[in-house]
Design a protein around this ligand. Structure first.
Ligand code: HEM
Length: 505
């Protein structure tokens, strides 16, 4: 009896530990504040942060969620106290779609993740490696403009820019760099491996990204997990299996090639590099075949949609602002001239194009709340407590629209970046489309290269308009929230080639 009383008192003492949490709305039992979060969580959170301030506390089901919505808070979470917020939450998507957290994005903080990041920096995304793939990016951009040229042969016909063109470009760039060849579409053996078509693979990727971004009830209210109320876990298991079959096929083909090459083997793509590194017996942590599959899948998932979606947002904004088209065309005509295409080496000489990309990333950061972090300890900031285990979101979307930081924040105006040193590389906390600190996006340089090169060539090679009868004010800018935030209605455009014909063929 005495023992039972002691246990009860101890339980009360610990459960009563009262935190001085940051301001936020009162939560409901069980659901917490889920009732305040709509289909576009970043917009709901933006509205709430206007009311509760730059450090806000919400409750999602059983977990406290702390949201930082200012430059100071972003610096605190991503720079000064980065190490305390470097953990990722355990989610069903990490478990079922990325090999039980064996990838980079969802892997827990520790030696395995640190080693994965080291491999990214020194092997996969090193400047030398990225430079060695420049011809692939150039090739695929040529293929993109060729495809658009063909599509433009019927004057006035509307083209589905992302669905039929940009997404294929990013897919081909990434599959050639990571897997060694175009797996789908022109020049590929469509029936090769367990995925039968480009459309099926695009579906798998969309599904993967969507399921990695959803608010899955079971993640937040663990005792309801088994019911899989929204059906997401069933879908995660299905897409996880489909990716695994594909990855198994890819790794088998690479092993076979290595065996055939014998002593003369040289790594040709990122899977080769990862397999070689995985064989190193001196590695601090062995990551084996599962690790190679998980990292490879991360590279494909992280690298495909991100760039095409950003270019699609950029062109959507430009279609509403013809004066920006004119300024971009003036720069391209002056620096490149109408006799050739833009190359990666030209980009530093195209500050207006760079400014369009930055402005697009300010207004349409494709990961508007970054990928959630977790507090590893109890932490105090500004007199408020952040309890260990709290989920932490960095509200990059609100920071990009803060009227204290930006003049006319709702205006798309690349001019604000012309002559400014502000960049997207994680040093300027006003603009964090790739995050910052130790857990920031490792694919930043690759993503930027693909976006800048494809956008510059699209603007250089074509004149752009909306489908017949559509006014620029009518172009919807509605979004869909997922691991990346995309346009709700795919962008349709009418284009006309503007360079000499022989350049397209
Ligand atoms: C427009 C291009 C891209 C954008 C805007 C973007 C954005 C982001 C953001 C915001 C994060 C989360 C950072 C954080 O938690 O603080 C992230 C993480 C990540 N990104 Fe990207 N990304 C892009 C391209 C790429 C590419 C090309 C790849 C790989 C080929 C990639 C792979 C990853 C991976 C693996 C992570 C997880 C890092 C970790 O948890 O350690 N991303 N990205």
């Amino acid at each position: 009896m005495v023992l039972a009383a002691a246990v009860f008192l101890k339980f009360k003492a610990t459960s009563r530990r009262s935190y001085n949490l940051p301001p936020g709305p009162k939560p409901w039992p069980v659901i917490g504040n889920f009732n305040l979060i709509g289909a576009l969580p970043h917009r709901s959170i933006h509205e709430l942060s206007k009311k509760y301030g730059p450090l806000m506390h919400l409750r999602f089901g059983s977990f406290p969620v702390v949201i930082g919505s200012s430059v100071e808070m972003a610096k605190f979470f991503l720079k000064t106290q980065d190490i305390l917020f470097i953990e990722r939450p355990k989610t069903a998507s990490g478990k079922y779609t990325t090999y039980n957290y064996a990838d980079i994005t969802w892997s827990p903080y520790g030696a395995y993740w640190r080693q994965a990041r080291r491999i990214c920096i020194t092997e996969v995304f090193s400047a030398r490696r990225l430079a060695s793939f420049e011809h692939i990016r150039a090739d695929e951009v040529r293929s993109l403009v060729r495809g658009l040229f063909a599509a433009a042969s019927v004057p006035g016909r509307a083209v589905h820019l992302n669905r039929d063109h940009l997404s294929t470009l990013s897919m081909n760039v990434i599959t050639r760099m990571v897997l060694g060849k175009r797996f789908f579409g022109d020049g590929a053996d469509a029936a090769e491996g367990p995925v039968s078509s480009l459309d099926e693979f695009k579906w798998m990727l969309d599904e993967l990204l969507l399921l990695n971004g959803v608010l899955n009830v079971g993640d937040w209210i663990p005792w309801l997990d088994w019911m899989d109320l929204q059906g997401y876990v069933r879908r995660m298991k299905k897409v996880g299996k489909m990716f695994d079959a594909f990855m198994e096929y890819v790794l088998d083909a690479h092993s076979e090639q290595r065996r055939r090459d014998g002593e003369g083997f040289v790594a040709r793509d990122m899977v080769d590099v990862l397999m070689q590194v995985a064989d190193d017996p001196t590695l601090e942590v062995q990551f084996g075949r599962v690790g190679v599959k998980a990292f490879t899948q991360d590279l494909i998932a992280g690298g495909t949609e991100s760039s095409s979606v950003t270019v699609e947002w950029a062109l959507s904004e430009l279609l509403r602002k013809p004066a920006i088209f004119a300024a971009a065309t003036e720069e391209l005509d002056r620096v490149i001239g109408r006799g050739r295409w833009v190359t990666e080496k030209d980009i530093p000489n195209l500050p207006y194009i760079e400014a369009i990309v930055k402005e697009t990333m300010r207004m349409h950061p494709i990961v508007p709340l970054l990928i959630p972090r977790v507090a590893r300890e109890d932490v105090v900031v500004g007199g408020y407590d952040i309890p260990k285990g709290a989920r932490v979101l960095i509200n990059v979307w609100t920071i990009g629209r803060d009227p204290e930081l930006w003049d006319a924040p709702e205006e798309f105006s690349p001019e604000r970046f012309v002559g400014s040193k502000m960049d997207v590389k994680g040093q300027d906390f006003e603009l964090l489309p790739f995050g910052s600190g130790r857990r920031m996006c490792p694919g930043l340089n690759l993503g930027l290269k693909v976006i800048q090169l494809s956008l510059a060539n699209l603007l250089h090679g074509f004149t752009w308009g909306l489908p017949e009868g559509m006014k620029k004010e009518e172009l919807s800018m509605d979004e869909v929230f997922g691991l990346s935030t995309t346009r709700k209605c795919p962008l349709e455009v009418v284009i006309q080639p503007k360079l000499p014909e022989h350049l397209y063929v």
